[in-house]
Design a protein around this ligand. Structure first.
Ligand SMILES: NC(=O)c1ccc[n+]([C@@H]2O[C@H](COP(=O)([O-])OP(=O)(O)OC[C@H]3O[C@@H](n4cnc5c(N)ncnc54)[C@H](OP(=O)(O)O)[C@@H]3O)[C@@H](O)[C@H]2O)c1
Length: 322
């Protein structure tokens, strides 16, 4: 089969489109013919050797894929050849990948393969930040940083569906209109203006009840300044670099809370995982959540896709199609 393989860690130029053996079924798994593989910002850390899961060289990137079950290991129940599925797994930048039966998400008919590839990581991250790590609801103001990005554009919609007022931040004005179109009440260009001052102004001096921050270094410290009393700053990434260490006494000023979030903690808790999946698909059925596939690349162009993601020009989800 064709797959993307890297033999050394580094920038996107290490990604090569090569012929490799098809993965062999292991106990408890199914073999899936990949129709679309999701690209995540974490993949750019993975190929540099800077992600929490380290590559075992030579390795294949990719943490999620949607496709059709082609073979099922003996003894695996509830999975059959021909099923349309998506899953969080590994080595998905390929024509075929293995998925663990316990982690399979059957795809409803109304969800395309590309949308399926956009679902497991970005949708469930956004849903669980807003409903598990926090309880977003009416009367709250939620700031979503990098709001036009993969997780961001989903978080904007899920926060709106929960009844919150949403302020999105973006790095250029062309993204602003898009974020408004997906439901944000206000959008701030955080490159050309001081988002903390703007957030205070837009909330009449009260501040934000929740800030979803995956940018890190440039946004974390100003975020502390624009929290509402009892506000919550949730850090879940570091696209702009790791934030400076926090002096916890800063939290006293507003009785504020700072927390971290990683999705793997959720999928270690099957009941929670199921709830997020069901409620997110329900939002999609009700058209309160629309998945934006910003661009679809042929699998062979994985390196170009990574460069595009890091250029800050991309919006929504990027997918690879074998
Ligand atoms: N903790 C978890 O479980 C979890 C799960 C999924 C994703 N994440 C994190 O969530 C973030 C979003 O992931 P994603 O896959 O959906 O990517 P994405 O949002 O589509 O792309 C990253 C965005 O970060 C913003 N950004 C800010 N500073 C940047 C810089 N110096 N270089 C590049 N981009 C920068 C850009 O938006 P602007 O140009 O508008 O600023 C860019 O579009 C990432 O930090 C990722 O690691 C965490």
């Amino acid at each position: 089969m064709k797959a993307i393989v890297f033999e050394k860690t580094g920038d996107p130029s290490v990604l090569k489109y090569v012929e490799t053996p098809k993965p062999e079924l292991a106990p408890g798994t199914a073999l899936v013919k990949v129709h679309a593989a999701g690209i995540n910002f974490a993949d750019t850390f993975f190929i540099r050797g800077e992600y929490m899961i380290k590559p075992r060289l030579p390795d294949t990137p990719g943490m999620e894929a949607a496709g059709v079950v082609e073979a099922v290991a003996p003894g695996v129940k509830d999975l059959a050849v021909g099923m349309r599925v998506t899953s969080i797994t590994l080595k998905t930048y390929a024509e075929y990948c293995l998925i663990r039966a316990a982690q399979v998400i059957p795809l409803p008919d109304f969800v395309s393969f590309e949308e399926g590839a956009a679902f497991p990581i970005q949708v469930l991250t956004a849903w669980h930040m807003l409903h598990t790590a926090h309880q977003a609801g009416p009367g709250q103001t939620v700031v979503v940083h990098s709001a036009a990005g993969g997780v961001g554009i989903v978080a904007v919609q899920i926060a709106k569906a929960a009844g919150a007022r949403v302020i999105g931040t973006v790095s250029n004005d062309s993204k602003s209109a898009l974020v408004r179109q997906y439901g944000a009440d206000e959008v701030i260009n955080y490159e050309s203006s001081d988002f903390a001052a703007e957030t205070m102004r837009l909330t009449g001096g009260r501040g934000a009840d929740l800030i979803l921050d995956a940018v890190g270094k440039p946004t974390f410290e100003p975020g502390l300044k624009c929290l509402a009393p009892f506000g919550h700053l949730l850090l879940y990434g570091r696209a702009g670099g790791a934030p400076d260490p926090l002096n916890v006494f800063r939290l006293f000023e507003k009785s504020a809370k700072v927390s971290g979030f990683v999705l793997p903690v959720v999928y270690g808790t099957p009941g929670l995982m199921r709830e997020g999946i069901e409620k997110s698909f329900q939002l999609m059925r009700e058209r309160k959540l629309k998945l934006l596939i910003g661009k679809s690349f042929p699998l062979a162009q994985a390196a170009e896709a990574h460069r595009f993601l890091q250029s800050r020009q991309s919006v929504g989800k990027l997918v690879l199609v074998p």
